[in-house]
Design a protein around this ligand. Structure first.
Ligand code: FAD
Length: 361
């Protein structure tokens, strides 16, 4: 085995949440490589943004909040957000000398000796006093199960594998899911596909007017409450509703966003409802969201019976050395920024209170 390297803090993930945390570590005197490391298994800067489909332009993403200490200015709204944000994160990492190590895959975090945590990776083991987990959700697309799904003769894909509408030209597409991705897919696909069908579990709720602070606070409070109870976080759209913008209004008016209830089963050539209705399809596109990437934390046994990790602020209730940033209530670009600062403040207090135990490794 490689030598075990010792640091004070390991940050896992270099998306908005991880970079914000690294920035605050740096600002409060932690030296990269000596006191902390940032590990990320993606090939390039940008967090999950680097994998998003090219037609998700910067003009389409709404409410992308800048990282602390450096604005994102003058970005061309017509450019893919993957390029814009990838470039911005790259400049950011250099400007603050964050020295992200990539690609490094964190496979497991387990209790070590002397009150430390051992972080096992594709590039050896780190021993650390605290951990900031900022691994997002992109690597864990959620596919619901429906009877007959395995018999479908067409193509099934998830939002995570969507690369734009062109490849669906002339095909009949069923889009599943009532979130922002589902509606964006439908609006993009409609001019290309032979037919589109939209199905969602619950009738979508459209929100008139701007997404102001009080709405944001209310949404965060609801997700926070779930996480405090140890339940898995809900998606933000389930709490905020879909913004009724011009594109959505057009989609509603011309029938592209004519929603049907969820089908009951998948058939070899399409989908079917219990009342005998059927829709033939060549493609089922599952825009059914993502779940938190936390499996590598399993050896720490942080999960509650409800399936989530209980956190107070960003701190795991079951282990104060572990912070989850970008999880639950902080799973937005603005939330991740604030949470990074809060996690670092809390970790500084923890490290100051607890005398450094001799590292017995
Ligand atoms: C299609 C889409 C559009 C969105 N649009 C918006 C928007 O307009 N505004 C907004 O505020 N939010 C938006 N969001 C939510 C947005 O993604 C988050 O707010 C934010 O970007 C997430 O940042 P993050 O740092 O938590 O996660 P990520 O950006 O996912 O970063 C996590 C990083 O962790 C790394 N990682 C994961 N597991 C491991 C591991 N085991 N070992 C090492 N590295 C690992 C990944 O490689 C990745 O780089 C959108 C989400 C989606 C899916």
């Amino acid at each position: 085995m490689n030598d075990i390297r010792e640091v004070e803090v390991v940050v896992v993930g270099a998306g908005q949440a991880g970079l914000s945390s690294a920035y605050h570590l740096r600002r409060t005197g932690f030296e990269p490589e000596r006191d902390f490391v940032v590990l990320d298994h993606s090939p390039a800067p940008g967090g999950a943004w680097q994998f998003r489909w090219p037609s998700l332009t910067y003009g389409v993403v709404h409410g992308m909040h800048a990282l602390p200490g450096m604005e994102l200015t003058g970005a061309d709204p017509a450019r893919p957000s993957s390029e814009v944000i990838g470039g911005y994160f790259d400049r950011y990492e250099r400007a603050f000398d964050l020295r992200v190590r990539r690609p490094v895959d964190v496979r497991a975090v387990r209790p070590g000796e002397g009150g430390r945590l051992l972080v096992e990776t594709s590039d050896g083991v780190w021993s650390t006093r605290a951990l900031i987990n900022a691994t997002g959700t992109w690597d864990r697309p959620f596919w619901p199960r429906y009877p007959g799904q395995e018999t479908f003769l067409g193509r099934q894909l998830h939002t995570a594998g969507y690369r734009g509408p062109e490849e669906f030209a002339g095909l009949r597409v069923v889009v599943v899911g009532g979130g922002a991705s589902g509606t964006q897919h439908l609006l993009e696909l409609a001019p290309y596909a032979a037919a589109t069908t939209w199905v969602t579990r619950r009738p979508p709720v459209f929100r008139e007017g701007p997404f102001d602070e009080s709405l944001g606070r209310a949404a965060v409070a609801l997700v926070e409450e779930r996480v405090r109870q140890g339940l898995p976080p809900r998606s933000v759209v389930s709490v905020t509703g879909l913004p009724l913008n011009d594109a959505i209004r057009r989609g509603l008016a011309d029938g592209v966003l004519d929603r049907r209830p969820m089908f009951d089963r998948v058939t070899p050539d399409g989908v079917a409802w219990a009342d005998g209705t059927r829709v033939r399809a060549d493609v089922i596109l599952w825009a059914t969201g993502f779940r938190a990437v936390i499996d590598h934390l399993a050896p720490l046994r942080l999960r509650e019976p409800g399936g989530g990790i209980r956190v107070e602020g960003t701190r795991a209730v079951a282990d104060p050395r572990v912070h989850l940033v970008g999880y639950g209530p902080s799973a937005s670009t603005i939330g991740a920024n604030r949470a990074g600062r809060a996690a670092v403040r809390d970790i500084r207090r923890l490290l100051a209170e607890e005398p450094l135990a001799p590292a017995a490794v």
